[in-house]
Design a protein around this ligand. Structure first.
Ligand SMILES: NC(=O)c1ccc[n+]([C@@H]2O[C@H](COP(=O)([O-])OP(=O)(O)OC[C@H]3O[C@@H](n4cnc5c(N)ncnc54)[C@H](O)[C@@H]3O)[C@@H](O)[C@H]2O)c1
Ligand SMILES: [Zn+2]
Ligand SMILES: [Zn+2]
Length: 368
């Protein structure tokens, strides 16, 4: 079928919105008509570093929409269901089987090679191969092919614009708090970077009653938002020594920290700011190699762990987030600014500059 998609040809080129041909769903595939799609910093990073050999590509991995067709083998989702799209997983490897689906052994083949795992492209343009299958969706498009493992039914009460970021950024930040760190009420949690992921961590920590929440970000409007969402203290890293400031607040240091900046210097600040036996979750992607303060980790008995997608299994976790949102405890709207799909370059520029925390693109159904 003919769809509209935002094509990324290189790091420098703006998106080109064009008509492309999408395969009909195979037996295990669902066709989703997108209503909204969030922009995650990982889309910015991937646009910048995506290999030329598998370009042009259609990115986008925070889709929300309605199922319009389902292959014969699909059992858990039906035409007409309102859904959020997340990452794909195999469901059968040891990590999937124990509920740690973000560490699926087939994660890359299912989410990041630009084609289906068998090498076939899902999209073509003027007869030539177009890469897609990004996170099993490529949802910078009017329609996406997706799979039962990454399609979560959310009902029609939640606005798709609010629902879209649940598929990655919100799941990642909230899941890091609720599934991985699980800080108790007496904990002190420092979130480095108050973007979509960091602020989702702040909201989840506040909702779960964490006593002291601190947010660090150079952008004043983001610090302001962090304070509104539950951070007791916010720190401007340009205004003085961040580690000193955290120690003044906490005494021995923070019990928990999250890095969403992907900057080596900030990771070292986070390590230094931890109390003995504290835990740092690394969430920011593609941290360049740097000299880590190993001595502080070792002598303080500190734990550093990487976290993908909040260690969340989407079918269990996204409905929990929808419920928190319904209760008013996950006020996602405060992070979101809406853009027309055609303004995707503006949305990317605003995410990069810090002007918008979570851009969400909306589709004009009449022009799809
Ligand atoms: N691990 C995962 O599964 C996963 C999932 C989604 C996103 N990510 C990654 O998480 C990171 C955050 O994503 P996002 O969408 O929130 O991006 P974002 O750009 O909105 O947030 C990053 C924030 O870091 C702040 N920052 C920059 N320098 C800083 C400093 N010195 N100290 C403190 N803060 C600083 C920025 O101002 C910004 O607000 C990205 O690297 C993204 O690729 C990882
Ligand atoms: Zn698996
Ligand atoms: Zn993402």
């Amino acid at each position: 079928m003919k769809i509209r998609a935002a094509i990324s040809a290189s790091a420098e080129a703006p998106f080109e919105i064009a008509e492309v041909e999408l395969d009909e769903p195979r037996r295990d595939e669902l066709l989703v008509e997108l209503r909204a799609v969030g922009v995650c910093h990982s889309d910015l990073t991937m646009k910048a570093v995506w290999p030329q050999a598998i370009s042009p590509i259609v990115l986008g991995h925070e889709g929300a929409g309605v199922v319009v067709a389902a292959g014969a083998d699909v059992t858990g989702v039906r035409t007409g269901d309102h859904v959020v799209l997340s990452y794909r997983s195999c469901g059968a490897c040891p990590e999937c089987a124990t509920g740690h689906r973000p560490y699926c052994r087939d994660f890359r083949a299912l989410n990041g090679i630009g084609t289906r795992p068998d090498g076939s492209p899902t999209m073509r343009r003027n007869g030539s191969r177009l890469y897609g299958s990004f996170f099993g969706q490529s949802s910078f498009a009017s329609h996406a092919l997706a799979y039962e493992s990454n399609v979560v039914v959310v009902g029609d009460e939640i606005d798709p614009v609010a629902a879209a970021p649940l598929g990655c950024g919100v799941q990642t930040g909230a899941g890091t708090v609720l599934n991985v760190l699980v800080p108790p009420p007496e904990a002190s949690l420092v979130v480095f970077g108050a973007g979509g992921v960091g602020l989702s961590a702040v909201m989840a920590a506040f909702a779960s009653g964490v006593g002291t929440i601190v947010a660090v970000d150079p952008v004043a409007s983001r610090r302001q938002l962090a304070a509104e969402l539950g951070a007791a203290v916010t720190i401007d890293p340009g205004a003085g020594d961040v580690v000193d400031a955290i120690r003044r607040l906490t005494g021995a240091g923070a019990t928990h920290a999250i890095d969403t900046t992907a900057k080596g210097a900030v990771v070292n600040q986070a390590i230094e700011a931890l109390a003995p036996l504290g835990t740092l979750a690394l969430v920011g992607i593609r941290i360049p190699d740097f000299a880590m303060n190993v001595q502080s980790v070792m002598s303080g008995g500190k734990t550093i762990r990487g976290v993908i997608e909040g260690d969340a299994a989407p079918h269990e976790f996204i409905p929990r987030l929808v419920e928190l949102h319904r209760q008013g405890r996950l006020p996602l709207e405060k992070l979101i600014r809406r853009y027309d799909f055609g303004d995707i370059d503006v949305a990317f520029a605003d995410a990069a500059s810090g002007a918008t925390v979570k851009p969400v693109l909306q589709f004009d159904l009449n022009s799809c």
